[in-house]
Design a protein around this ligand. Sequence first.
Ligand SMILES: [Zn+2]
Length: 329
Amino acid sequence: MEKVIKNNDKTKFIETIKQIIKGESFTNFEKVIKSDKLSHAYLITFEDEFYNEQFCIAVAITLACGKSQPCFKCNNCLKIISQFHPDVFTYPQNQTFLVDDSISIIRNASIKPMLINYKIFIINNVDKSTIQAQNKILKTLEDTPKNVIFLLNTTDLNNVLQTIISRTLSISLKPLKSESVAQILKAITGKVDYTAINLGDGLPGKTLSLTNQKIAAEYDFILSMLSEMKNTKLIINYINKFSEKSGFLNRLNILQDVMDKLLHANFSSSNDEKIQSLVKDFNVETIYGILNLIVESKKQFEANVNPNLIADYLLFKILEVKYLCNIKK
Ligand SMILES: [Zn+2]
């Protein structure tokens, strides 16, 4: 479990945890903790693996520091940041939570904490653990030694054993506000990528992976496609590029996002020059039509319809409305 973290990563890590602690999800959770006496086990449910892990660390650091806001300077804070606090443990030790992990927890939980009042066990992705491992830990979850706190998390409550759910206090988190995601993104990557944020559904991990996928390049591609496609000859190249299977859904999402922005720009002008230059080609009525088509296209893609066919229909329709929109003027 011990990992060496570089200083640079440490700074990012601290900044991320700080941003999480500031966020609405965390303050709501804090209220739950403070309104009642601490439960021996929490099960945090949220669609985002990355956020779940960081969230549990934020809870652990808050409990371990003991100040109303963690200081990130005391011995306890520093040990958690360096991932070798003697009373805070993260599982699974490898990819999946196995019976061995359960055995290690059971043994460990019976030993008194050394530095703080609690012994904290974080179990990430509990839904991905084996049934045997989940069963093995049941007794400890039911009859938890004094001062032991479990922080379990899952992206999918349906895959967690009912017997685990009934022995824990379940907390569901809501997608984060764009501003909170932006702050986390800034902490980790040093910049804010609004395209990724718009497409990330309030899930910081998803948003991060979108930034890594060079969304900006795709976004530019979609914008130039919309501005340059003027005749049926030109459109074929765009269809081929748009329908490349890897990233197809992403492109549909970006197109949807661009249409939302255009819709907005029809009412109040956009700061984005490229968007503003497209407004004349797409009126409100046609944007609604295209948005419906995008929703249909996503359904077809999920139903395994060939992306090339989907893109063909979609882009020709866009060309048609763009043409009609220009004649009307
Ligand atoms: Zn501290």
